[in-house]
Design a protein around this ligand. Structure first.
Ligand SMILES: C[S@@+](CC[C@H](N)C(=O)[O-])C[C@H]1O[C@@H](n2cnc3c(N)ncnc32)[C@H](O)[C@@H]1O
Length: 324
């Protein structure tokens, strides 16, 4: 690897798109017992999440060869395999007592059924989130725990994903849902959710938790069913009444900052990948991506201004006043 390609990778790693910040990894670690002997991460990247399980034997798979090699050389007591976890599961015959994962959010995959997805709907082609989740559940031992960091959309998106969520709840595999607000950890500008799975559970409830306030609530599966199997934490834990009222403008300002930060990180990742791949696929062009972004912005701006103009058009206001 050339020096510049290597530093690109380093930057990518630092940009947070490909790795789990240490504090967040330690937070995820806190859901496991202290004496974990073996731990598996099916999308292990450079091994950041596995690294916090000191003293444990580590197993991981990673699609990106450089990151996987980085993990293999930097982790002690580790077996790291390179390849696509969904298309080519390198740990096919293994079960693990402890699984931790921070899979990519809502990426495309090639849906094909196999034992991992038996008894469940197949995740949609455009969103692999539930394919990764079901992969983790499949590899989980009967007395194990899996902690998976997810995009909040997995809690409420409908259609096939809604059906899979229902199947997971009906099989009583979900133990806890933890809401993590954006900006709670360095490099996590978007909000996320931890889904914690266990098999052979003795209770008929799921614990919902807001990390921000520490509030928790144990919710019966019947109530979750009544809510159409929606798992959004806000559905079950009301904002505290004595809390200061939410200022929508302040919230939106925070949301804008997060969105811009995320957008810039995504643009830089695209630029980096185009740079790295330019010899193999010269037609894969970063400027084309920027042009498409610009087009979206121009369209949204035009639509917004048109609506705004219509609203302040005096004739229209008069017509509305006189009910015409
Ligand atoms: C958000 S990162 C998390 C990395 C790692 N767990 C950590 O803590 O540093 C997601 C990782 O999943 C990898 N990945 C994406 N799709 C994959 C797939 N189909 N199979 C295996 N790894 C995949 C990406 O290359 C990336 O390294």
């Amino acid at each position: 690897m050339t020096k510049s390609a290597k530093s690109f990778r380093e930057n990518l790693r630092k940009s947070g798109v490909f790795f789990t910040p240490k504090k967040l990894a330690e937070y995820m670690r806190s859901f496991f017992p202290s004496d974990v002997a073996e731990i598996y991460d099916p999308t292990c990247g450079d091994g950041g999440l596995l690294a916090v399980f000191e003293g444990a034997r580590k197993y991981g798979q990673e699609i990106d060869e450089e990151q996987g090699n980085y993990a293999a050389t930097n982790l002690v007591e580790a077996q790291i395999e390179i390849g696509d976890t969904l298309a080519d599961d390198k740990f096919k015959d293994r079960k693990f007592r402890y699984i931790v994962a921070n899979p990519p959010f809502s990426v495309e995959w090639d849906p094909k059924t196999d034992d991992r997805f038996e008894g469940f709907e197949l995740a949609p082609k455009s969103k692999a989130d539930y394919a990764f989740i079901l992969h983790c559940i499949h590899h989980l031992d009967d007395d194990g725990i899996a902690v998976v960091m997810c995009f909040p959309g997995v809690c409420y998106r409908g259609q096939r994903e809604g059906k899979i969520r229902e199947q997971i709840i009906r099989k009583n595999l979900l133990d806890r849902v933890v809401e993590i607000p954006g900006g709670d950890f360095d490099d996590t500008s978007i909000s996320t959710v931890l889904l914690i799975f266990r098999k052979n559970r003795q209770t008929n409830s799921v614990v919902f938790e807001k990390k921000e306030t520490g509030e928790t609530r144990e919710v019966n599966l019947d109530e979750i069913e009544k809510n159409g199997f929606n798992l959004s934490v806000c559905q079950y834990i009301e904002p505290k009444s004595d809390k200061a009222k939410i200022d929508p403008v302040a919230e939106q300002i925070k949301g804008r900052d997060s969105a811009l930060k995320w957008l810039r990180a995504s643009i830089r990742v695209d630029a980096t990948v185009c740079e790295l791949e330019r010899f193999r696929q010269p037609e894969f062009d970063h400027v084309d991506f920027l042009n498409r972004l610009q087009k979206i912005i121009a369209e949204e701006k035009a639509a917004f201004l048109k609506k705004w103009k219509e609203r302040i058009d005096p004739t229209r206001v008069q017509m509305e006043l006189f009910g015409l």
